[in-house]
Structures are given as structure tokens and as C-alpha cells.
Design a protein around this ligand. Structure first.
Ligand code: ACO
Length: 323
């Protein structure tokens, strides 16, 4: 059987770092409030003119170089983003052109904070179906552009950034002890779309719009949805919380991460947390956290790694893999 293996990771954060104190000069908030409710201490904000594609290209180049793969050996580019450069074309084709790739296919996947899980599951399915040999999967966002900077209930939560992985198909015996993506599970439920959305768009208002969120409502649903889809991953593989080496969740909020880990019985030492430094970077948060944990030596070959996300839609999903 064919297994998809992550053979390289990369990430990029804009230079400009904004602390909670910096934010308290813009809206009525405080470092204490933000840290207590979310765990966030700082976030990076894209410079004027710095676009989602710019962040994505830098993360992609870093991933290619860590994989030791030439851009010409990539046949598929999937970009997860809810903040594309333009309504169309897909920002993935801008990245494709910038990498000098003129073959294969590039497209965007839009599942907001779950975008990277959706994109990685899609790339894995392409590889297993023989449609791709080596895919570049990117999560890149400039949420600072869709925030209402007068709304303290939302603008303190998000940041900009990008992360990327190179996913390669390799032959495997299909054992759980073999490397690669073991199982992926995707879910969505559009009845919740009013709880987290952007109040603009090409077909509705012909404006870009701003992010709107019922924070408490999102919080209420998050832990249950996350744990459900992780139980699905355990059921499909016969693995359990005890078998995990690392839990790398979407980085929205430390309280959601801690509550999910606790409910699943995942020890705190196994949880990779970057929300304190990045804020919620939506589709970029998992590949950013993954790259952090790979580069600092935590994630090693043979490790069992669980990725999970939940976000606007609602959408949610999990991916269990052996590194
Ligand atoms: N600074 C100071 N005070 C604030 C701020 C702020 N930035 N924002 C809100 N407040 C005030 C509110 O006005 C309210 O005041 P009041 O009691 O006088 O009305 C008080 O703080 C409490 O507000 P709540 O919204 O009830 O606070 P809560 O404890 O629910 O925390 C939060 C808010 C952090 C948004 C929380 O609901 C949450 O984390 N929700 C999950 C949302 C999330 O993470 N979304 C990310 C996108 S979805 C995803 O990625 C999964």
C-alpha cells in the first residue's frame, strides 16, 4: 500500500510582533485578561503589503529545503487559507508560480481553522489514489486583515503566519508501526455558521468584511467536537491516548487545548503549545506548531503524532500519523 509521509516542515512568521500591552493601547484590554482567558502573550502581524502568498512562499521554501526536495519534484500544491490574496485566482497558484513550478496542480482549500487538517487529508487522499507523488501542503493566513480592530472580543485572539509540509508517497506494509498518515477524519456542520463567520464576501456584500464570533458559543462546542473526532481516529487505528507521543492541536486558545487534552487523558507533557507566541493563526497554526516541535527536536522518527482542529462552519477534523 501507499503511505503518505511528511518528509519536511517549514514555517514563517512576519517580523512585526505585537504584545498584549501593545494591544491595550488600541482597545480596552489588558495583558492579564488576555493571558488568563486565552494563554496568548504575543502574535505576529504582517507588514503593509505583505500578503498571505508572501508568508506561504517563505514557509514552503523552508519546508522544501528541510525535505531536501527540489521544487520541480512537487506535483501538487494545496494551500489552506481563509484570507487569500484575491477572491480569485487561488493563492496556491501564486505560490506555485513563485516557486517556478509550471506543471501539476495548485488549489486552495477553505475550512478556516480546520484548513490545514482538511488540506493534509486531501493531499493524503490524492497520494493514495495515485493522483500525486509529492505534495506541498501549506497553511497561510493574514487574519489581521479581516479583524475589526475596534472589537476587543476578537482582535486580541488572532495572528498572522504560515507553515508548510512536504508529503511524499512511499510503499509500506500498511502496519500501524510503519511511518506516515495512519488515519484522517473530517467533519462539518453548517448549522453553526453564524457563530463564527466573516460579515462580507464577493457574492453577499462585495466587501471583504470582518470576523464576527460568539466566543462563548464556540468555546461550548469546541471540546466536544474535538474529542469526538479524535475518538474516531483511535477507533480506526486501535491506538489510544497512551500510544501518543505528541498532541499538536490547532492553537486557538490554551483553555480549549487543556480541556481537550484532559478529557482525552493526554498527559500535559505531550501537548505542543505555541498559542502563547503566535495567537490563533487559523490554518497556519498546526504546521507552525509542528515545525516548532520538529526543529527543537521534540518530534522524532517513530513518534505517534495526533493533529486536530476545529473552526468556523463549524468544521473539525483529526489526523493521526507516525513520524
Ligand atoms: N479584554 C478585556 N475584557 C474583555 C475582552 C478583552 N479583550 N473581551 C471581552 N471582554 C469582556 C467582555 O466584554 C465581558 O465583559 P462583561 O462581563 O462586562 O460583559 C467579559 O470580558 C467576559 O466576556 P466573555 O466573552 O464571556 O469571556 P469568556 O470567558 O467567554 O472569554 C473568549 C472570551 C476568550 C473569546 C472565550 O469565549 C473563548 O476562548 N472562546 C473560544 C473562541 C475561540 O477560541 N475562537 C477561535 C476561533 S475558533 C477556533 O479556532 C476553534
Amino acid at each position: 500500500v501507499t503511505r503518505s509521509i511528511i518528509i519536511g516542515t517549514g514555517s514563517y512568521l512576519p517580523e512585526n510582533c505585537m504584545t498584549n500591552d501593545d494591544l491595550s493601547k488600541i482597545v480596552d484590554t489588558s495583558d492579564d485578561w488576555i493571558v488568563q482567558r486565552t494563554g496568548i502573550r504575543r502574535r505576529h502581524i504582517a507588514a503593509e503589503g505583505e500578503m498571505t502568498s508572501d508568508l506561504g512562499i517563505k514557509a514552503a521554501k523552508a519546508a522544501l529545503s528541510s525535505a531536501g526536495v527540489d521544487s520541480q519534484d512537487i506535483d501538487t500544491i494545496i494551500l489552506a487559507t481563509a484570507t487569500p490574496d484575491n477572491t480569485f485566482p487561488a493563492t496556491a497558484v501564486t505560490i506555485q508560480a513563485e516557486l517556478g513550478i509550471f506543471h501539476g496542480a495548485a488549489f486552495d482549500v477553505h475550512a478556516v481553522c480546520s484548513g490545514f487538517v482538511y488540506a493534509l487529508a486531501t493531499a493524503d487522499a490524492y497520494i493514495k489514489a495515485g493522483l500525486s507523488k509529492r505534495a506541498l501542503v501549506i497553511g497561510a493566513e493574514t487574519f489581521s486583515r479581516i479583524l475589526d480592530w475596534e472589537d476587543r472580543t476578537t482582535c486580541v485572539l488572532f495572528g498572522d503566519g504560515a507553515g508548510a509540509v512536504v508529503l511524499e508517497g512511499q510503499q509500506s506494509d500498511g502496519e500501524m508501526s510503519d511511518r506516515g498518515v495512519l488515519t484522517s477524519h473530517l467533519r462539518s456542520d453548517g448549522r453553526h455558521k453564524e457563530k463564527l463567520y466573516v460579515d462580507g464576501g464577493p457574492s453577499s456584500t462585495q466587501t471583504t468584511g470582518h470576523l464576527r464570533m460568539e466566543g462563548r458559543e464556540v468555546f461550548k462546542h469546541a471540546v466536544g467536537m474535538i474529542t469526538d473526532v479524535i475518538e474516531d481516529a483511535f477507533d480506526a487505528t486501535g491506538l489510544s491516548s497512551d500510544d501518543l507521543t505528541w498532541f499538536i492541536p490547532h492553537q486557538a486558545n490554551k483553555r480549549i487545548i487543556d480541556a481537550s487534552a484532559k478529557k482525552l487523558g493526554i498527559a500535559a507533557e505531550k501537548v505542543v503549545t505555541t498559542v502563547q507566541d503566535h495567537g490563533n493563526t487559523s490554518a497556519a497554526s498546526i504546521p507552525l506548531a509542528l515545525d516548532t516541535a520538529v526543529k527543537d527536536g521534540r518530534v522524532k522518527p517513530g513518534d505517534v503524532v495526533l493533529l486536530e482542529a476545529m473552526g468556523g462552519g463549524f468544521t473539525w477534523g483529526s489526523i493521526l500519523l507516525r513520524w
